[in-house]
Design a protein around this ligand. Structure first.
Ligand code: BJ8
Length: 439
């Protein structure tokens, strides 16, 4: 299978996106360098896998055009007067953006790029995810950032909260700081509700469209259908042998933040049809009985494939993720019961307020969710993944480890970043863990 990244070479053969990237003010040389690295890494990590579902061809195509066709689609939507919103967190409700006729895109936070420049604005001991979006912005290599009319920064962890104070002045479009609660109390729920009401108002002002009950119900249906497809995928991964690799499942979850939601849902359901056939035929990516692991921890945004690649090249298969790019991000649907926009916003708040991000204190639901995912998926162990300097997840890690191990589930705690420097060290620890849990 041949993945065509929109690079200099292929531009001549196919669509030339260079004028579009220039229009967006990208640094073309650095952008070429980034695509070169991504294209190589994608080939090494994904295309080298054996027996991938046919349907992954669609995902390969989307990834090959992630800086090409998809950007053009979003720019065209903007030219048609649709409001384009960028987000860094699963607390930004896509339903409201869709109800305002807009497009929501998740912004890249999964690679080291422009770290030196980012560190002029941020302390060195800032997590790689925050440094990543500063680096992409400062080096002018992300085509989505200049395409956004509005970027939403949620006041979640202290790192993001403080970083956004600076970040808002580095982007060409508008910025909205979205207040977030840090306790799951009645007062906390009110904070989130107010944030969503304010967000809806801003979307109405920027789009010139009133959010109606019908439009919001349609937005809820679209976002729910996407989640249901992801739930279906998650369930199919419970089969032994696992019908799809954890890497491919991670990719599907990552692409859910970029692609057109209706098209994406259709493509995931097609992959699920294929996985059902594989399960019926007893086919899997590794033989039945191979070690099965799940992730729990920080989100793995595109193109963060490092740990999954290490784990799956160590003889284990990943069968679930308690993560925002995974089941923490996609769990629960939004009820569409309500006769007014306010009632529907309440339904949104009910769904989003249940997300067990480590910014909440206390946050016992997360451990229970990890245990549930592991049990449902028949996992032999849990890999807890924290980004270095991510205090919320690092602080929860030993608690989660203790509780899960008391329940008989071995846990491997890993702290890392986006560099490749610790790959061999991580591999040694992962291989030992895989042997420990092997049945
Ligand atoms: S809902 S996990 S996407 S905030 S890794 S920046 S927490 S220091 S990403 Fe997150 Fe929303 Fe929560 Fe999910 Fe801070 Fe940690 Fe960095 Fe993090």
């Amino acid at each position: 299978m041949n993945v065509r990244w929109a690079t200099k070479k292929t531009m001549k053969e196919e669509t030339d996106y260079r004028p579009m990237w220039s229009e967006l003010g990208l640094d073309l040389e650095k952008h070429d360098a980034l695509l070169g690295v991504l294209g190589k890494s994608y080939g090494d990590v994904f295309l080298s896998q054996k027996d991938r579902p046919e349907g992954m061809g669609y995902l390969d195509f989307v990834m090959s055009e992630v800086h090409g066709l998809r950007v053009k689609e979003v720019m065209d939507a903007r030219k048609d007067g649709k409001v384009v919103v960028g987000a860094f967190c699963v607390f930004v409700p896509e339903e409201l953006v869709l109800a305002a006729g807009g497009v929501l895109v998740g912004l890249c936070t999964g690679a080291d790029f422009g770290t030196e420049k980012a560190e002029r604005y941020l302390p060195r001991n800032t997590c790689a995810l925050i440094k990543s979006f500063f680096g992409f912005t400062l080096e002018k290599v992300c085509p989505y950032i200049p395409t956004c009319d509005l970027i939403v920064g949620e006041n979640t962890c202290d790192g993001k909260k403080k970083a956004y104070e600076t970040y808002k002045d580095l982007i060409p479009g508008e910025f909205l700081a979205m207040d977030m609660p840090n306790t799951k109390s009645a007062e906390g729920r009110e904070v989130l509700r107010k944030a969503y009401v304010d967000f809806a108002k801003q979307l109405e002002e920027m789009s010139g469209r009133k959010i109606t009950v019908e439009a919001l119900k349609a937005g809820i249906a679209t976002a729910n259908a996407k989640r249901e497809a992801l739930h279906r995928l998650a369930k199919l991964r419970h089969a032994d042998p696992a019908p799809i690799s954890g890497l491919d499942a991670l990719l599907i979850n990552q692409v859910s933040f970029y692609d057109d939601p209706v098209r994406f849902t259709g493509s995931v359901n097609k992959i699920c049809d294929e996985l059902e056939e594989r399960i019926a035929a007893g086919e899997g990516v590794l033989p039945k009985g191979a070690p099965r692991l799940i992730f729990s921890g920080c989100p793995m945004a595109v193109p963060n494939w490092k740990l999954s690649a290490i784990i799956e090249s160590s003889g284990a298969v990943l069968v679930g993720e308690e993560s925002c790019i995974g089941e923490r991000g996609s769990q629960n649907l939004v009820s569409d019961e309500g006769e007014t926009v306010e009632e529907l916003i309440d339904q949104l708040v009910d769904r989003y307020f249940a997300i067990d991000c480590a910014i909440f204190t206390p946050n016992p639901g997360r451990c229970e969710h990890a245990r549930q995912i592991a049990t449902d998926a028949g996992a032999d162990g849990v890999v807890h993944y924290s980004l270095q300097f991510c205090t919320p997840y690092q602080m929860e890690a030993p608690v989660l480890e203790r509780k899960l191990e008391e329940g008989g589930l071995p846990v491997l705690r890993l702290d890392t970043d986006y560099s490749q420097e610790d790959v061999e060290q991580l591999r040694t620890r992962v291989e030992a863990f895989v042997e420990q849990v092997r049945r």
